[in-house]
Design a binder for this molecule. Structure first.
Ligand code: ZN
Length: 329
């Protein structure tokens, strides 16, 4: 009861401190192209967490390119769902009304509720997600500023196309906001000297946070081998990384090589592959499922630990790969 009271107050307070969505210039800091369905969602921390005042500020929103007339954000709520301390609203224009809107809002709320309570920070935290369903061809660049204070809900605004709708994007962006609150990864002043590595490890961790949320919500997780390619300094990376590729990736990250900050998704795939071994999917109620959750918990609390874990994986898989060769000789 005490908890519910605190959450209700938090939601009320945060409504006052969430700015409205407006056109926003995300700048050219990122070289990454658009993500799934041509949309890039982002969370940018603009005022770091102040431990004395217990507050920080961030922008949450998204961007998509195109030559058509730029679109504003839809405001009409077509579905709303809650799970624990998490509220999710789907907003759309008339033409983007989705048949699955209620089920989608419910699934997003459940996944975030499970990820926050069972992965990290391992307790209920108030979260308010607005998912904006955009027309398939409309370019946009939108954000709102959130001046978060202790007790407020974490407000997340994400943008998606009807085509290529992703249930996992809100949880991924939420992790970046939480990284701001706890000064982790790219938001940790201690990592200022290695911003590219910090970004890559934070991205990989946001993916793992989502994948463990999915595993908890659905009871199983299918392996995403991925067929996208990344080239950094003439080195080519594709799908899951083997021991040799992982070694090169870690080397590029340790040298803060330009482009290395993009390798997060390849790293998270490699972590999942290491837990799954030869299996194509994993069940929550299995030793591998427990191992994956444990790993997600560990890195969510400190993304930079991934550097050690990945180096460990590289040594282990190298040792395993060497064994059959030794027998052949
Ligand atoms: Zn991200």
């Amino acid at each position: 009861m005490v908890l519910l009271g605190a959450i209700a107050v938090g939601v009320q307070n945060s409504a006052k401190r969430d700015g409205a969505l407006h056109e926003f210039d995300w700048g050219n800091r990122y070289q990454a192209g658009p993500g799934a369905s041509g949309v890039l969602n982002r969370v940018n921390v603009v005022v770091p967490y102040d431990a004395d005042a217990q507050r920080f500020s961030y922008y949450t929103g998204g961007q998509s390119w195109g030559t058509a007339e730029p679109s504003a954000a839809p405001t009409r709520v077509i579905a709303e769902a809650s799970d624990g301390a998490v509220t999710v609203r789907l907003r759309a224009f008339d033409a983007e009304r989705r048949e699955r809107a209620d089920a989608d809002a419910q699934e997003i709320a459940r996944m975030i509720s499970l990820a926050t309570t069972q992965v990290w920070p391992s307790r209920p935290i108030p979260v308010q997600v607005d998912v904006h369903v955009m027309a398939d061809d409309a370019p946009f660049s939108l954000a709102k500023r959130v001046d978060w204070e202790e007790g407020d809900a974490y407000a997340i605004a994400v943008f998606m196309r009807d085509r290529g709708f992703s249930l996992t994007t809100p949880a991924h962006e939420l992790y970046h906001a939480l990284a701001g609150r706890w000064s982790l990864g790219n938001k940790d002043p201690a990592n200022r000297a290695r911003p590219k590595a910090a970004r890559a490890y934070e991205e990989a961790t946001a993916d793992l946070f989502v994948q463990c949320g999915q595993l908890l919500a659905t009871g199983s997780l299918s392996r995403d081998t991925g067929d996208d390619k990344l080239v950094i300094d003439d080195e080519r990376f594709e799908g899951e990384l083997d021991a040799e590729e992982l070694g090169r990736a870690l080397e590029l990250l340790s040298r803060e090589m330009t482009g290395a900050e993009e390798i997060g998704p390849w790293l998270s795939r490699t972590v999942v592959a290491d837990v799954l071994g030869e299996q194509s999917s994993v069940l929550l109620e299995s030793p591998q499922g427990e191992r994956l959750i444990a790993r997600c918990r560990e890195v969510a609390a400190n993304p930079m630990l991934l550097a050690f874990r990945l180096a460990e994986m590289q040594r282990t898989s190298r040792a395993q790969a060497a064994e059959p060769r030794a027998l052949d000789d």
